[in-house]
Design a protein around this ligand. Sequence first.
Ligand code: PGA
Ligand code: ZN
Length: 387
Amino acid sequence: AVISVRAWEVLDSRAHPTVACAVFLEGGFVGRAMVPTGASTGQFEVADLRDGGERYGGLGTRQAVERINTVVAADLVGRPVGTVDDRLSGPSNVTLAVSQAAAKAAAAAAGVALWRYLAEGDDYCLPCPMVNIFSGGRHAEGGVRIQDFLAVPLAAPTFSDALEVIWKVRRAAAQLTEGRYGRLMSRLVADEGGLAVLGGDDAEPLRILAEAIERVGEPVGIAIDVAATQIERPEEFLSQLQGWVAEYPIVSIEDPLGDEDWDGWQRASSLLGPIQLVGDDLFATDPARVRKAASLGVANTVLIKPNQIGTLKQAYETVREARTHGYATVVSARSGDTEDDIIADLAVGWNAGQIKIGSLMRSERLAKYNRLLEIEAFDNVHYGGWV
Ligand code: PGA
Ligand code: ZN
């Protein structure tokens, strides 16, 4: 049973306040966790609680912390850890902080790794990483409107081989960026550790990334996150995206349209058809929105961000809903993240198949890649690869 619940305020990778939490169980077991925060948040996400006022430009989380330490703690103390998620409600930085810490504590009490604790039977594998190489939009502010240009290893036999091939792509992309924009631009990094270019040409990162992949000479695909909810008139991108799919080795497109544009999404789904079409803001990790998309034949892959919906239990329901409808799943970090590596275990234990963490740069990203390397090295979990 839960002995105590303690929360406190910490800083995320953008140095914005966020919530950390520890859940203590009988027997001396403890789980500690931190909550990430998005910048390109969708309207259907569960909101987090921010203090407003002067502290940290209004982004303080003392009210969320206070709520956990009083109301939530009083409700949970004495209850079995397995019942925690069902009792949580309210802002996502309150619920997810407690939910994640409780899951880690439960795994510790069970004497197994979190991924093992979460796995159903033998259905698990190491996920295929989609790795950010160039950033634009809200994550870089360099003028490019598209948020994310990513590299996907298509033929690596193991997770560590997958990382190494992407490492080569990022290095080649940085060298090409240095040649075109100088050393400074090749060294500065965006919110998720990606490179950025100057000027408003949306195709420029794509051209450099394609050239970097050619230089490396191994099978690597390109993924794009348009994050269209942040863009005015994204419909105009559709024919452009179609052209890019014909010209570049694009294997996945995320949020090509806004999160309420079901008609546009239907058009995109038939136009861009066989490639992977990921809904992020479209689904907001909500099983009801997955059901709606399935009934309309929209998208084919669901991005899973636990803080969009509030608890791990709810996020896993969305994974299962996706699976029921034949949709693939990608567990994802947020652009404001922390050194908490929990999503690595979630991706393995939930058998998500894919993971999106950010670039191979900045330790809040590497913490998760390194945790996956640890699982590969010690737990002998096989790599699922690109499907
Ligand atoms: P966010 O970006 O965390 O800023 O929402 C990530 C994404 O759009 O996939
Ligand atoms: Zn996205």
